[in-house]
Structure formats: structure tokens, C-alpha cells
Ligand binder design. Structure first.
Ligand code: PEP
Ligand code: MN
Length: 352
């Protein structure tokens, strides 16, 4: 029977000298060893389990030992049973709070972007979304303001203090976007664009990885592994609806994915009720259900004038509708023993 490799997991308390001792021990025994960094955690993959028992007392004990028996190594829950916290600017996703990132589907104009940013800030969002490069089904649809839109996101952040999240569709764009924004989104259509995943992983920026609408729960976890392999542990998995036989909503929101990702990975989970439901009326119920299912964060489309929107106006919430959804989420969070990120019990400098 083939031997199963073991992952030795070392947290931040283990010194570099201790890790080097382990590497020497394994090298002397002639065993190939791979070392991975996952944020502040170091992981050694060891082929010969017996060598672990033969380590001298001078070597630091691993924080935990996990058998490497699947395609998913670095994302597995067992590596960090307490979960990973992702910092999007001053906001934290995965600390038990409910974080709402909201804004227009696309950055369209200074007026639309700045007015929408002000609205979502006032109603308790802790991050601003806004696409400048839009992956549209038809090449004849609005493709986004592209580089011209980036300055608008920066200006919106300056005015509101909210960190900004934007989608990246091309590995060549990663560095220039990462120099300005606080977080990068990989869209559903690019979940398995492996060159893009690697480039975004290397940016070190927080990443929202959206599930492809034809991809499984486990394929999404495997895609996240490409980001983690670059040493970037700031990864959020996002359920945004999948294609099923059901045609009465834009997509079918699969809340099972939320529970399974929370069970199988240490990564925080986000839900996008706007792209899944595809109608403003569905955003409230789907948001509540997502939080009840354990989602750490929500990604919500808001627009000051949805009828004028150049992209996805038919699913965007008007300011008052967004205020209503936020007002309904707060008591649910409290009932679950949680709180709204950035809310009255979570005031930190820079977070409204
Ligand atoms: C978006 O969030 O603007 C978007 C394009 O979403 P998705 O990739 O989930 O379709
Ligand atoms: Mn959209």
C-alpha cells in the first residue's frame, strides 16, 4: 500500500532555527521534503512517517500533524481548526462577525460610484465592491471603465474609509490593480483560470474566490489551493449561485456549500445573494439564510439609480432596500451570538 505523506504544521511560535533543524533531520535521512508557507504557518510534507518519531528532542514539536490524504492540503480544516481571519483593510472576515461588502456591480461614473459608496458606508458596510474590468457574457455589453475606473475606487476609499474590492480578469493586470485596491475578486467565470489564481496568490492581497456556476464544492476548494500554494492565506470562498434545472431565479443559491466549506476548510465563507437571486426582492431572504447557515460575509449589489445601471441594474438594491436588509440582519446576528462587523459592538479605528 502506498505510504501517505504527513503534513507537519508549525504555527508562528516555532523558530526558523527549529524548522531548519527539521529540514536537516529529514534531508540526512534522504527523504524528499516540501515546505509550504501559509501566512504565518509553516507546513512540511514528510513522506516517511517513521522519521517523525525518530526526531531528536531538540526539534520543536509540530503544532499539529495531519495526514496528507487528499488533493487538498493547505486549505484543509485540520490545518487550522480555529479558522483563518482575512483582513480586508481595517475589516476582518472570519472573526465570528457578519461582514457586509456592498456597492455597484460596476464602477460607471464618479457620481454613481461616490454616491453609492456613501450610501453603503452609512448603512454599515465594511467594504466597497465595484468592478472596473467586467467579464461580460457578450462582448457587446459594457466591459467596465477599466483603468479609468481604478482612480474612482481609490477616491471612494479616501472619502469613505472603506477598503475596496475589485475583480481581476487577467494575470497581467494583477500588479497594477493590487497597487491600488485592498482586495481582489476572482469571478465565477475564472474560478479555474489557474494562471490567474497563481498570479493573484502571489499578490499577497486578500482574495474573494467565487465559485464557478458549474463547479462543485470540492473543485472550489481545490481552486483555492492554487492561491494558498503561493503562501497567501487571505482567501475567502464565495458562493454565488449555481446552474440547475431551476429557472425561476438567475442562479440557484447553494447554501449547502456554506456548511460544507465551513466543515472542510479553515477559510472564511462569503455569499453573494445578488448574483444568485438576480432580483432585489430575493436579496433579503437569501442574505438572512446565508448568515443563518454560517456565512462570515455577504457581497451585495447596491446602486443609487438601478434603472440607469450599465451592468446588473435589475438585481441591485436601492439605498432604502439596502438599509432594510442591514436592519434585518442585525437582530439575526445577535440571535446567533454574533454581531455585525463594524457595528456598535465592533468599533475600531478606521471601521465605521
Ligand atoms: C460580480 O460580482 O460582479 C460578478 C461578475 O460575479 P460572478 O463572477 O459571481 O458572476
Ligand atoms: Mn454583476
Amino acid at each position: 500500500m502506498a505510504k501517505t505523506d504527513t503534513l507537519l504544521v508549525f504555527d508562528e511560535t516555532v523558530t526558523r532555527a527549529g524548522i531548519e533543524g527539521w529540514l536537516r533531520h529529514l534531508e540526512t535521512a534522504g527523504t524528499p521534503t516540501e515546505m509550504y508557507r501559509l501566512g504565518g504557518t509553516l507546513v512540511l510534507s514528510v513522506a516517511d512517517v517513521d522519521l517523525i518519531d525518530k526526531a531528536g528532542p531538540e526539534l520543536p514539536a509540530p503544532t499539529r500533524q495531519v495526514s496528507r490524504n487528499s488533493d487538498v492540503w493547505l486549505g484543509r480544516k485540520e490545518l487550522r481548526p480555529g479558522g483563518t481571519e482575512v483582513s480586508l483593510g481595517p475589516a476582518t472576515i472570519g472573526d465570528g462577525s457578519v461582514a457586509v461588502i456592498a456597492g455597484p456591480c460596476a464602477v460607471e461614473s464618479p457620481e454613481q460610484t461616490l454616491a453609492t459608496a456613501a450610501v453603503v458606508t452609512d448603512h454599515g458596510a465594511v467594504g466597497l465592491r465595484g468592478g472596473v474590468f467586467k467579464p461580460r457574457t457578450s462582448p457587446h455589453s459594457f466591459q467596465g471603465l477599466q483603468w479609468d475606473g481604478l482612480d474612482l475606487l481609490a477616491e471612494a476609499r479616501e472619502r469613505t474609509g472603506l477598503p475596496v474590492l475589485t475583480e481581476v480578469i487577467d494575470p497581467e493586470h494583477v500588479k497594477r490593480l493590487a497597487a491600488v485596491v485592498d482586495g481582489l475578486q476572482i469571478g465565477a467565470r475564472n474560478m479555474q483560470n489557474f494562471a490567474l489564481l497563481t498570479a493573484v496568490g502571489q499578490s499577497g492581497l486578500p482574495v474573494v474566490l467565487k465559485r464557478g456556476f458549474g463547479c462543485t464544492v470540492d473543485e472550489t476548494i481545490a481552486a483555492a489551493e492554487y492561491l494558498l500554494l503561493e503562501g497567501n492565506d487571505q482567501v475567502v470562498l464565495c458562493e454565488r449561485g449555481i446552474r440547475t434545472f431551476e429557472t425561476s431565479a438567475r442562479f440557484t443559491l447553494d447554501l449547502t456549500a456554506v456548511a460544507l466549506w465551513k466543515e472542510r476548510t479553515h477559510l472564511p465563507v462569503m455569499v453573494d445573494p445578488s448574483h444568485s437571486g438576480g432580483r432585489p426582492e430575493l436579496v433579503g431572504p437569501l442574505s438572512l439564510a446565508a448568515v443563518a447557515a454560517g456565512a462570515d460575509a455577504l457581497l451585495i449589489d447596491v446602486h443609487v439609480q438601478p434603472e440607469q445601471a450599465l451592468c446588473d441594474g435589475n438585481q441591485a438594491l436601492r439605498p432604502q432596500q439596502f438599509a432594510d436588509v442591514m436592519a434585518r440582519l442585525a437582530p439575526l446576528a445577535t440571535g446567533l451570538g454574533r454581531h455585525m462587523s463594524g457595528g456598535p459592538t465592533d468599533r475600531r479605528p478606521g471601521v465605521r
